[in-house]
Write a protein that binds this ligand. Structure first.
Ligand code: CTP
Ligand code: ZN
Length: 154
């Protein structure tokens, strides 16, 4: 296939391309980045596009934005094969694979309503990253599925 035929989502000028996202996870990627369209961000998404490495993959391109390490850490939980490409002036100037952190702090909300992190006292949530999910460091509640549904919203 020629390059023209392969290109599904146009290139960006400046910003971040999150590539090799597990097929079907693009909307969860947007949730992790706090993007719901209301902030006026310029975003392009490819869903279930063919990939040699993954069979099918999602791609999320965000114009004019770079990601924080916290955001990348949570992304790794739902898209372990993702690559983060930083684009400046149309060129990919940095590319790295996401890595599973040993813990994520302040990003997820504990589903246990009696957990100290969900009380009025401002205690940052803290989850240990396990093979199959994440575990609250304060009450040991384990989240195994739909991790993106537990992203902390202010
Ligand atoms: N990309 C983009 N806008 C740019 C440059 C790149 O949207 N100005 C996208 C490409 O479409 C691709 C990703 O960023 O999805 C990575 O670009 P590049 O490193 O050029 O592609 P590959 O070499 O195919 O990447 P990889 O080896 O990681 O698969
Ligand atoms: Zn807890």
């Amino acid at each position: 296939m020629s390059e023209d035929q392969q290109l599904r989502v146009s290139k960006i000028t400046e910003g971040t391309v999150i590539d090799h996202v597990t097929g079907g996870q693009a909307l969860n990627v947007l949730a992790i980045l706090g993007i719901d369209g209301s902030g006026g961000e310029e975003v392009s998404i490819g869903m279930n596009v063919p990939s040699e490495r993954l069979g099918r993959k999602d791609v999320v391109k965000v114009e004019g934005r770079e990601l924080s390490q916290d955001e990348v850490d949570v992304l790794s939980l739902i898209a372990p094969a993702a690559t983060i490409n930083i684009v400046r002036d149309y060129d990919v100037v940095e590319k790295h694979r996401v890595e599973r952190p040993s813990e994520v702090v302040g990003v997820l909300q504990c589903p246990n309503r009696n957990c100290i992190t969900t009380k009025d006292e401002p205690v940052d949530s803290r989850f240990a990253v396990l093979e199959e999910g994440v575990r609250c460091a304060y009450c040991d509640t384990i989240i195994r599925e739909s991790i993106a549904d537990h992203i902390h919203v202010d």
